[in-house]
Ligand binder design. Structure first.
Ligand SMILES: Nc1ncnc2c1ncn2[C@@H]1O[C@H](COP(=O)(O)OP(=O)(O)OP(=O)(O)O)[C@@H](O)[C@H]1O
Ligand SMILES: Nc1ncnc2c1ncn2[C@@H]1O[C@H](COP(=O)(O)OP(=O)(O)OP(=O)(O)O)[C@@H](O)[C@H]1O
Ligand SMILES: [Mg+2]
Ligand SMILES: [Mg+2]
Lengths: 271, 271
């Protein structure tokens, strides 16, 4: 069974999508089989993997609404061993469309349970989608605690929280932790915080160090030792439709995401 | 009648709150009377003005739901001439609570129309809230196109779009412009784009210049000449509960927001 991790934080612009793309790519680079699910109507994760809008004929929206099976939405990406369920703007309407449907918070969980997570391609769809089962599923979420994020939290084993080293991002952390508790009590008792990843860390500025000290003293070992530095190559990569690791493997950002993948695998083994 | 401007962009972390706080403060500094409405459940604008959670007993939530009048929610801030309608996490529940209420998209518009926008303080509430009428109302929104943002767009005369100089932020612009058209046709025919403000501009990196060139060639005069530079003093200020202009008037970020206020006033005169 794959480990299902959700990248969640209602604070905007903290690095959820960048982490889903580059952690996913790094995990695939070390031999794991990865499925990334883009649950954000903005579709930044889909764009970051170079999947054009025209290639998203079946998407996460169809899976949530139930008109398509999850495996029908899977597309291969340029990263060997990493597949994607892309997103379209239709997701904007999902919350309203599902408002009176039963088990509306469980739509994604139910869809993934029905899917043989071996990632097998549909007949003739795309032989490139390899037959090996997924070991990791990463779900990218929009910046809010809406039905899409609740669906992701209900489907997931655990939450990876990207945390920008800024004051406003720190302020939102307690709100996020409270929401996790609520989802754990009412929808998904197995849900826990897998870890907190500090992103856009700038060692030249005091604020980053202050936020790091605060978070480590407050959450201890839950905070990853690996810290992702602010690195312009990371923000350039999506304009080429490539993960940073593919665009510039040697840059400090890519190297940090490779270390993050190694630390994640080590932490998972300890569970 | 005050000009009602909404700071909207569904892309997260682009500088909506920072612009609401510092543009508002800059407008007050040159003699305008300003009301900032915090419509984001995160409550970052309220925190950025130093209004503690304990001082938010009446908030934007109560105004939207209709249990309190808008003027009951107004609190003065440390900035002379600038008042605030604060936000609390209750706003997270507003969308669901209003889902079957009539005119649910017009709740904020109707509440502001009932309020004598002279900002008069309730009996004995707080004489510090001055008697002069507001000339500007700025509404800060969450990073999504949900009912809260739709309420703000329905109540507003015009939209000011903070745009981070990054690829993903550029990708979201066309989605935002489409939503504005939809709100204009169905809810608020007067709504227009007042302008686009480039934020977190870093002249050392090509991406910022590329995004600027793209946006100026695509939207021409709608894009403000004033560009807000990336400046660490801006992100430090909220941890002291102060606008950057109060925290460090001389820094490049504060100076840019003062120029932005001057350009905004000049553009408004041209209308
Ligand atoms: N380590 C980094 N160094 C430099 N830029 C970064 C880094 N991580 C992310 N970015 C850039 O910062 C911006 C915000 O990151 P990203 O879009 O991944 O955040 P998000 O949390 O997914 O945003 P949203 O809340 O809108 O979904 C993007 O333009 C991205 O390219
Ligand atoms: N010009 C700037 N220079 C440096 N840091 C900035 C600048 N503008 C904003 N920031 C910082 O970047 C982060 C994002 O800005 P802000 O919170 O204002 O964006 P937002 O669009 O309101 O985010 P959200 O989508 O979560 O509401 C904040 O931590 C803020 O302090
Ligand atoms: Mg994202
Ligand atoms: Mg904000």
């Amino acid at each position: 069974e794959p480990r299902i991790l959700v990248l969640a934080n209602q604070k905007g612009g903290v690095g959820k999508t960048t982490t889903a793309i580059n952690l996913g790519t790094a995990l695939a680079a070390v031999g794991e089989r990865v499925l990334v699910i883009d649950l954000d109507p903005q579709g930044n994760a889909s764009t970051g993997f170079g999947v054009e809008r025209s290639e998203r004929s079946v998407s996460a929206y169809d899976v949530l609404i139930g008109t398509r099976l999850a495996e029908d939405a899977i597309v291969p990406t340029q990263v060997p061993g990493l597949d994607l369920i892309p997103s379209t703007m239709d997701l904007l309407g999902a919350e309203l469309e599902l408002s009176s449907v039963s088990r509306r918070s469980h739509r994604l969980r139910d869809a993934l349970h029905r899917m043989p997570l071996s990632g097998h391609a549909r007949e003739g769809r795309d032989a490139a989608v390899s037959q090996r089962p997924y070991s990791y599923v990463l779900i990218d979420c929009p910046p809010s605690l809406n039905l899409l994020t609740i669906n992701a939290m209900t489907a997931a084993d655990s939450i990876l929280v990207p945390l920008q080293c800024e004051f406003f991002a720190l302020e939102g952390l307690s709100q996020l932790l409270r929401t996790v508790e609520r989802v754990k009590t009412s929808l998904n008792p197995d849900l826990d915080i897998q870890g907190i990843v500090l992103t856009m860390y700038d060692k030249r500025n005091n604020l980053s160090t202050q936020v790091e000290d605060d978070v480590r003293s407050y959450l201890g070992d839950k905070v990853y030792r690996t810290v992702i530095p602010r690195n312009v190559r990371i923000s350039e990569a999506p304009s080429y439709g490539k993960p940073a690791i593919v665009y510039d493997l040697k840059c400090t950002g890519s190297q940090a995401y490779l270390r993050l993948a190694a630390e994640l695998i080590a932490r998972e083994k300890m569970l």
